[in-house]
Design a protein around this ligand. Structure first.
Ligand SMILES: Cc1cc2nc3c(=O)[nH]c(=O)nc-3n(C[C@H](O)[C@H](O)[C@H](O)COP(=O)(O)OP(=O)(O)OC[C@H]3O[C@@H](n4cnc5c(N)ncnc54)[C@H](O)[C@@H]3O)c2cc1C
Length: 388
């Protein structure tokens, strides 16, 4: 399957990324998992290597490479087993920066996208609010225009990179009466007076800082509006395809990693005079799990291929996240079981994986919401269209 989508250049990129991660990131992961804080130097190193700009235009320091390079980045980040570190990187590159690139003016791109690619500035995307995350159109944060500025009031929660980021991409209502049509997107400097953030404690993704953010009369220049006023909802929905595919790819990659680890363990662990990979009950379970992972991977690559060609793949990306995150949870749960008591120990990778994986069916659109979207597409023949 690899040869269908990955060239020799892709494979070389994967190898150099693997070497980089082993040398520069892996030695620090346990510390960051403990402190819940990823040190700044690593962002700069990622920037120097070009990894933060693989998808973005050369004009801003990026490499403008096809989406399969992104897939490689995502897969390899999962295989160093810190869902939190991976999330910090991909939330910056594919949640925050996507809006800068797609909707930002030239001045905004120079000011925020270029330093984001070099690793000097970190971003976050603020959509979810304490009152609710699934109902995006119902968000309550407001941005009121007054001459050449907007004033933002409201709060956001569960924001990845919400504490340590330098800028925030914020969804707010510019016309509260207009529902989904009244949402606009802004870039907001962290230093702007009136912003405060509180770090949240959580089950997994422990290396990543997740924050609740309050906006109290935060005054920003009108030129910090991204794209057009009132178009925020379609922009968010448009980028959800990539975000959901990313979460699907992350899921197949961590499931694959769990399976590889468990297989190695099972080939060494003995019980009743033989290695445990010789017990038929476990062998059949492995056969089922490997089949599920392979199906997800093949599907996710095919969706990537179509997205890379510019197709609008809302349905497929939604299916990718729905199915792959479920498969990942099932695979990781079962792989932990294969390790017996060791699976439950922090010295072995499955315990962290189990915690980290649990976010898959929740973040970036819960499985229930994804089923709602799919039901509307499949049953009601609803057509989702790109923002114009
Ligand atoms: C660690 C972490 C990181 C995150 N990072 C970010 C981030 O960077 N930026 C950001 O904006 N958000 C982020 N989120 C938020 C995430 O996207 C939301 O938690 C998610 O969309 C669900 O919203 P909610 O938590 O408000 O749940 P709710 O919307 O309150 O839903 C609660 C439950 O009700 C169900 N439900 C709701 N509506 C329906 C319906 N119509 N039909 C059936 N069931 C329904 C949901 O599926 C869920 O099970 C993050 C969350 C976490 C935990």
């Amino acid at each position: 399957m690899n040869n269908l989508y990955f060239t020799e250049e892709h494979n070389l990129f994967r190898k150099s990324l693997q070497d980089f991660l082993q040398k520069e990131v892996v030695p620090h992961i346990d510390k960051w998992e403990q402190t819940g804080e990823i040190e700044r130097f690593i962002w700069k190193k990622f920037g120097e290597m070009g990894f933060l700009g693989i998808k973005y235009p050369e004009a801003y320091g990026g490499m403008d490479l096809d989406l399969f390079y992104t897939i490689i980045l995502l897969e390899e980040l999962q295989k160093i087993n810190s869902g939190g570190f991976a999330a910090a990187i991909w939330a910056h590159v594919y949640l925050a920066m996507t809006h800068l690139d797609a909707e930002g003016s030239e001045a905004i791109k120079q000011k925020y996208l270029t330093p984001s690619i070099s690793g000097e500035k970190i971003g976050c995307l603020c959509i979810t609010e304490p009152f609710g995350g699934s109902d995006v159109a119902g968000l309550r944060t407001t941005a009121v225009k007054d001459g050449d500025s907007y004033t933002i009031n409201g709060s956001k929660t569960f924001i990845t990179n919400g504490i340590l980021s330098d800028y925030l991409i914020v969804a707010a209502k510019t016309d509260p009466e207009a529902g989904g049509k009244g949402i606009s997107i802004f870039v907001v400097d962290r230093e702007t007076p009136g912003i405060s953030a509180t770090k949240l404690d959580k089950l997994g993704w422990r290396a990543s800082d997740t924050g609740e953010i309050a906006f109290d009369n935060v005054k920003i220049p009108a030129e910090n509006l991204l794209g057009e006023e009132g178009k925020g909802f379609p922009y968010i929905m448009q980028h959800f395809s990539l975000e959901r595919l990313i979460m699907g790819v992350n899921a197949h990659a961590r499931a694959e990693f769990a399976l590889e680890y468990a297989l190695k363990y099972m080939s060494e662990r003995q019980a009743f005079g033989k290695t445990i990979d010789q017990f038929q009950a476990l062998r059949h379970s492995i056969a089922d799990l490997a089949t599920e992972v392979e199906f997800c991977k093949a599907f996710n690559y095919s969706v990537t291929y179509r997205l890379n060609k510019g197709e609008y793949v809302v349905k497929e990306a939604t299916m990718s996240k729905l199915k792959s995150t479920k498969v990942a949870d099932d695979v990781i749960y079962q792989c932990l079981q294969f390790l017996g008591g060791y699976g439950y120990m922090e010295d072995y990778p499955l315990a962290r994986m189990l915690r980290d994986s649990r976010l898959g069916p929740i973040g970036g659109g819960t499985s229930e919401i994804l089923r709602e979207i799919l039901a509307k597409i499949i049953i009601d023949k609803k057509a989702y269209k790109p923002a114009t």
